[in-house]
Design a protein around this ligand. Structure first.
Ligand code: KIV
Ligand code: ZN
Length: 518
């Protein structure tokens, strides 16, 4: 079997997409799960883009030791040096530098002639190699580049020591056969046999996974992809789809990845929990309906023999059957056993906290499902210090939508109580919290989803909140929608306070990729 390296860019290209921004703690959480998933490379961010990105790459590089950690840098010395500063403590660092090679980008964005750009790419890789042994070069918009020029650039960067050459279809334009041909054409480039060829396909025409696989069939041995397919515009190739396509066809292709497929579902859920953006129900591999058989004829077939309608088992992506039903009377051992069965290895401290949240939930809800347990893990075990915690909530509502909310918040052992009236419970609760904290917070977007079915279901609320000009996400879960929303608002507040004190630049917007003129 030949190995396909999985380069995960959820924390860089994925995080760059609107609505998917994550704070440092979220990124660390995700990076730990990507390590458990056993991807080969985690692209942790774009260090020059902001202080927050720099810190995130630095923290991921310091903590995650078994996976290569990459940082992105434009092909200019300032970016490359800053990238190295963030990466240098990594056990396996990689500088990933990029420069566009299409005439469209050269003419309109970079304002450079082809020869000038080629020289820039060479200088960038030379500098990167003087700092780091592992250097990847990406030819941005390779999909629309003149292959003859593209191959000259690739030959030149290989000669400077790039060990991975990436051929992005940046705007998701190519058809699978065309993209496959572009990768196949690299075979004639001197030095290509000593490097890894990589794909990076965007999904503008829904072809990102097909194009990545076409690249693999033509010799690429690294695929760049993101969990749930997130990324710029329509996203990147979806990690779970690429991995499971290789897994299902492994024998015929003679290929495999190192990914622990049983971690896939959990990883997808974690990302959705961190960002508040749900996976579409019919999404391949990780959607709610991916293994649901509705039609009678399908159900009948699957009950007789799963193979009739299933090309992979739910267990192979980490969807396990629940053999233990948990409820009010389940003890700490039962909870620990169920988490073990679901594949979580919790420390004693995490189990204590999970058990405390579990007992609270079990008081309100008769049966606790796996989805509830995942929410407890994803939502309740964050390590951001809670400056304020909600101790009391009382609401009086009227049918004309006016609500009055009273909240008590605890901070450093002191209790603060205030009330406010607003246009609905969330408005009233946010105003009460603003009054107590003396800060200016505002809900920009609100979404809620029911985690399980039935009237006693747990509801997860996601908010985008602006606190004193800082945009943060807040999330919380409860069987009571109003309490979940109030806790989500407070969660956003706590994150904003933490970000302001821990890293002044966190949350600063990522600058658009400007023309580079070095
Ligand atoms: O899409 C793209 O071209 C990129 C590069 C920076 C690799 O994301
Ligand atoms: Zn991209």
């Amino acid at each position: 079997m030949e190995r396909i390296a999985i380069f995960d860019t959820t924390l860089r290209d994925g995080e760059q997409a609107p609505g998917f921004s994550m704070n440092i703690e979220d990124k660390l959480h995700m990076a730990r799960q990507l390590e458990r998933l056993r991807v080969d490379v985690i692209e942790a961010g774009f260090p020059i883009a902001s202080e927050g990105d720099f810190e995130a790459v630095k923290r991921v590089a310091a903590e995650i030791r078994t996976v290569t950690i990459a940082g992105l840098a434009r092909a200019v010395s300032g970016d490359i040096r800053r990238c190295w500063e963030a990466l240098e403590k990594a056990a396996k660092p990689r500088i990933h530098t990029f420069l566009a090679t299409s005439d469209i980008h050269l003419k309109h964005k970079l304002l450079k002639e082809r020869e000038q750009a080629l020289e820039m790419a060479v200088r960038a890789v030379r500098l990167a190699r003087s700092l780091c042994d592992d250097v990847e070069f990406s030819a941005e918009d390779a999909g629309r580049s003149d292959p003859e020029y593209l191959y000259r650039v690739i030959e030149a960067v290989i000669a400077e020591g790039a060990g991975v050459v990436n051929i992005p279809d940046t705007v998701g334009y190519r058809l699978p056969r065309e993209y496959g041909d572009l990768i196949a054409g690299l075979r004639s480039v001197p030095g290509i046999d000593s490097v890894t060829v990589s794909t990076h396909c965007h999904n503008d025409l829904g072809l990102a996974v097909a194009n990545s696989l076409a690249g693999v069939l033509n010799g690429a041995r690294q695929v760049e992809c993101a969990v749930n397919g997130i990324g710029e515009r329509a996203g990147n190739a979806s990690l779970e789809e690429v991995v499971m396509a290789v897994y299902v066809h492994s024998k015929a292709l003679g290929l495999e990845t190192g990914v622990k497929t049983e971690e896939i579902f959990r990883t997808s859920q974690l990302l959705s929990s961190l960002t508040g953006i749900e996976v579409q129900a019919n999404k391949a591999v990780v959607g709610k309906n991916a293994f649901a058989h509705e039609a009678g004829i399908h159900q009948d077939g699957v009950l007789k023999e799963a193979l009739t309608y299933e090309i992979m088992t739910p267990a192979s992506v980490g969807l396990t059957k629940n053999s233990i039903v948990l409820g009010k009377h389940s003890g700490r051992h039962g909870l620990a056993a169920r988490y073990r069965e679901m594949g979580y290895q919790l420390s004693e401290a995490d189990l204590d906290r999970a058990y405390m949240l579990f007992t609270k939930l079990a008081d309100r809800k008769k049966t606790i499902y796996d989805e509830d347990l995942m929410v407890i893990i994803n939502d309740g075990l964050q390590h951001i210090p809670e400056a304020y915690s909600l101790k009391y909530f009382h609401i009086v509502g009227t049918s004309d939508a006016n609500s009055t909310v009273t909240v008590s918040l605890e901070r450093d052992g002191e209790m603060y109580t205030d009330s406010a009236t607003g246009d609905g419970p969330v408005h009233a609760a946010s105003r009460a919290i603003n009054r107590i904290t003396g800060r200016d917070g505002r809900v920009v977007s609100f979404s809620a989803k029911s985690v399980t079915e039935g009237a006693e279901a747990v509801v997860e609320v996601f908010l985008q909140v602006e606190v004193d000009d800082r945009s943060v996400t807040g999330r919380a879960a409860s069987t009571d929608l109003n309490i979940a929303a109030t806790r989500a608002y407070l969660d956003a507040f706590n994150k904003a306070l933490w970000a302001a004190s821990a890293a002044p630049g966190v949350g600063a917007p990522t600058p658009a990729r400007e023309p580079v003129s070095e």
